[in-house]
Write a protein that binds this ligand. Sequence first.
Ligand code: NAD
Length: 279
Amino acid sequence: MAGQLDGQVVFVTGGARGQGRSHAEAVAREGADVVLFDRCADSPHVAYPLATEADLAESADLVRAHGRDVLALTGDVGDEGAVGKAVDAAIDRFGKIDVLLANAGVHGGGSIQDAHRAVWDEVVATNLTGVFQSLRAVAPHMIERGYGRIVATASNQARMAVPGSVPYVASKWGVIGLVKAAALDLAPFGITVNAVAPGNTSTPMVHNDPLYRALRPDLAAPGWEDVEALLREHHVQPVALLEPVEITAAVLFLIGPATPHITGSVIDVNAGSAARYTA
Ligand SMILES: NC(=O)c1ccc[n+]([C@@H]2O[C@H](COP(=O)([O-])OP(=O)(O)OC[C@H]3O[C@@H](n4cnc5c(N)ncnc54)[C@H](O)[C@@H]3O)[C@@H](O)[C@H]2O)c1
């Protein structure tokens, strides 16, 4: 059966696990070859473990299981040279990049009074500068071909601030500004640039003890049962977490053949939090 992305090449940052893995598997199912780009190393300024090379290999296997080719690369989206090399390697291997999913991100919190400068630098480097560099690296190639689909991953916290989350909120609001500005610049060239804004999603970014402790500083060793109700409050529908495939569904919509004239938009997948916005 024909897939909606037959013969396309999709570049996924942060593709070793979580939402990036879900996107990679789905685009492979739809007929695309995939480039996975992930740091696969921890950061001293991120409180929870990031993906490993074993995670990256597992994502690559999931793509191959759909009969598609995969190029799995390690590198940091905050490193301009590494992103440029990865894009060059992808074009060498596959001849083109049709789609960029700028999904890599880290969570780092702190209030305006106590956020560490190193955490701010790390979160902005990955979540905002990393998206900027990923777009910059693919844009000349997409302009030359007169075609491209770009989706950046923002967040519910790009639409609505939450207390104690200054670096993350600021970086993700920045992603939406970046997407809108780039959508204007790339519109004449057949390239769309959009964002998805997920609510709390069931990935290792949420399921980790440091986040549980940040959410419940009153408890010595909080578990999932201690934070579930708090996470549910971020949403309107009574669910604490969405599944990665729900975000993937919005991504597939934005990169598929039916949406050439959706650009500069944000799709909220956030269990109704969108109903709380002013417009
Ligand atoms: N999980 C949530 O609740 C949630 C909610 C809203 C938005 N998001 C966003 O969704 C995106 C995907 O996150 P996830 O939920 O799958 O979390 P995750 O931690 O499972 O996946 C993030 C991936 O990005 C990689 N990564 C981190 N920094 C990187 C860097 N500098 N360079 C290259 N790769 C890097 C990690 O190794 C990991 O594989 C992120 O942008 C995140 O901010 C997540």
